[in-house]
Design a protein around this ligand. Structure first.
Ligand SMILES: [Zn+2]
Length: 154
């Protein structure tokens, strides 16, 4: 297991009250709020490299374009009841509810991604957790179908 690259974890002077950190071994890198945000507040304006490729830390802008090389948003964790969302028209991260300092910032990957770089079993703990996370335009892959059969209620 490699540790996070220095640039991904170091606080920088352009830090906008967010920081990338290693949450734990299972979840990998995530983003934490360094101060509180009000519901509806713009938390961050992002920039990056726009292209057609999907990679681990890219996010979908529209039908054809994806953004990678971002300072924070490529490291946001998924949550089925997220506390933030991405505005891909305005290139902003927006708080969906009040967020306290120290809270991990989450978005719903299926809100932006047609297809995920990698589908995964979710451990977000939300009552409405979907269990297996995939893009909005794809179904669960073979691994996901097996996972869902194993975790079907009743
Ligand atoms: Zn979940």
């Amino acid at each position: 297991m490699t540790s996070a690259p220095e640039w991904a974890t170091a606080r920088t002077q352009d830090d906008e009250a967010l920081e990338v950190l290693r949450l734990d071994e299972r979840r990998g890198l995530g983003v934490r709020a360094l101060r509180g945000f009000a519901a509806g507040e713009t938390m961050h304006r992002f920039a990056g490299v726009v292209g057609e490729a999907i990679c681990q830390h890219s996010l979908q802008i529209d039908a054809l374009r994806h953004i990678s090389g971002t300072r924070y948003i490529g490291y946001l964790s998924h949550g089925c009841e997220p506390n933030a969302r991405l505005d891909m028209a305005g290139f902003t991260l927006v708080a969906l509810r009040a967020i306290a300092a120290g809270e991990v910032v989450t978005i719903d990957y299926a809100e932006t991604e047609d297809r995920l770089h990698r589908q995964f079993a979710c451990g977000c703990g939300a009552a409405a957790c979907r269990g297996w996370i995939h893009g909005r335009s794809e179904g669960p892959n073979a691994e996901g179908q097996a996972w869902l059969e194993n975790h079907a209620a009743g």
